[in-house]
Design a protein around this ligand. Structure first.
Ligand code: NAD
Ligand code: DAU
Length: 349
């Protein structure tokens, strides 16, 4: 597995995955294909941009001609991270999620089968299983029950990937991971949004009662799992990946405030996300038993390191928190947080 095509490598997990591979394998060659949507950021890869083992191509995974041309050059593996990934945006505008997550995945699969790619890994999500009650965990055998346009589009893509394996014999795997945190995460997601707002002394918008539960995993542990799946997994297998770190959202927010020594009065309960999944929790025993994967980060260390990263890399997120981001922020939160757009803009300048 030396010649690897990473899609969506300018996003949060994809860029961490490229760093992960380059740090560990001298003889790998990585091509990163990314459309550079609002979530794609070449700053995430600035320190490796001249590495001879790495090349970047700006392209849309939906564009079959371009993708097929590229894949015809021959790759050992394709790791598909490219996606529209934010649930709230999928509620605002579902169409682009179907385009990228479903049609884009199918375009990659079709090119992969034509040109004999040896492994196709679909980076999917625990959200395909839907919401859990207070008890229990998702195993790979759980039924798929997505609730948002985002998770429905990821579920459709999972089905296509498995169908290409079943029908055409393409060597595929699907990984379904829980919530990631770590460096380079776009600050629309809970943890980087709360850290960066706290650093700017701005309100922290918590949806509903703040008691929804997510299972948090450090992004490096996710990258390690994907690398193992790419190299060792039998074709056709699905693997759940989780951190066994269940936390309520309000608990996460209070942890951040404590670490940054800021008051809880910054917390602002706002209108709930429509169709908000109550709890996700992953049973990762299959990947541990079959492939020997184990997470190495404790949540406390991983969070402390992550908060430190956003504290140290203010320039990285200040650049993002402008322009299109502020339009989105105002649409999402302006009414509930009761601040006029201009005031919000000034905060991050
Ligand atoms: P992200 O939004 O940070 O990055 C997505 C990347 O895909 C961006 O660089 C974007 O420019 C690129 N992209 C979007 N549309 C494209 C297109 N048409 N063609 C080419 N590139 C395109 O997402 P992320 O959080 O890094 O998630 C990566 C993958 O992991 C997604 O498939 C997501 O469903 C999955 N996942 C994420 C998490 C999480 O907690 N973030 C957890 C489990 C699974
Ligand atoms: O479970 C894996 C999924 O995790 C991935 O597939 C998605 O790509 C990723 O975005 C993430 O989805 P979530 O919806 O769980 O993540 P998000 O960071 O958007 O929200 C986490 C929780 O925090 C969720 O219960 C909603 C809540 N939340 C989020 C935001 C942005 C708030 O209370 N306030 C907020 O402002």
């Amino acid at each position: 597995m030396n010649k690897i095509l990473v899609t969506g490598g300018a996003g949060f997990i994809g860029s961490n995955f490229i760093h992960y591979l380059l740090e560990r394998y001298d003889n790998c060659h990585i091509t990163n294909v990314d459309l550079l949507t609002y979530a794609g950021n070449l700053d995430n890869l600035i320190n490796i941009s001249n590495d001879p083992r790495y090349q970047f191509i700006k392209a849309d995974i939906v564009d079959f001609n371009v993708i097929s041309n590229l894949i015809s050059q021959g790759f050992d593996a394709i790791i598909n991270f490219a996606a529209e990934s934010h649930v709230d945006r999928s509620i605002e505008a579902p169409g682009i999620f179907v385009r990228t997550n479903v049609l884009g995945t199918q375009s990659l699969l079709e090119a992969a089968r034509r040109y004999g790619v040896k492994k196709f890994v679909q980076v999917s999500t625990d959200e395909v299983y839907g919401s859990l009650g207070q008890e229990g965990y998702f195993t790979e055998a759980a039924s798929l029950n997505p609730s948002s346009p985002y998770s429905a589009s990821k579920t459709a893509a999972d089905h296509l990937v498995l169908a290409y394996g079943h029908t055409f014999g393409l060597p595929v795997n699907v990984t379904r991971c829980s919530n990631n945190y770590g460096p380079y995460q776009f600050p629309e997601k809970l943890i980087p949004l709360m850290i960066t707002n706290t650093l700017a002394d701005k309100p922290l918008p918590v949806y509903g009662d703040g008691m929804n539960v997510r299972d948090w995993l450090h992004v490096n542990d996710h990258c390690c799992a994907i690398d193992i799946v790419m190299r060792k997994a039998k074709p056709g297998e699905i693997y759940n990946i989780g951190g066994n770190n269940e936390r309520t959202n309000i608990d996460i927010v209070k942890t951040i405030l404590r670490q940054l020594n800021k008051p809880e009065s910054l917390i602002k309960f706002v209108q709930d996300r429509p169709g908000h999944d109550r709890r996700y929790a992953i049973d990762s025993s299959k990947i541990k038993q079959d492939l020997g994967w184990e997470p190495v980060y404790t949540f406390d260390c991983g969070m402390a390191e992550t908060i430190e990263w956003y504290y140290t890399n203010v320039d990285w997120w200040k650049k993002i928190k402008s322009g299109e981001y502020m339009n989105y922020y105002n649409r999402m939160y302006g009414k509930d947080l009761g601040e006029p757009p201009v005031a919000l803009l000034e905060v991050f300048e």
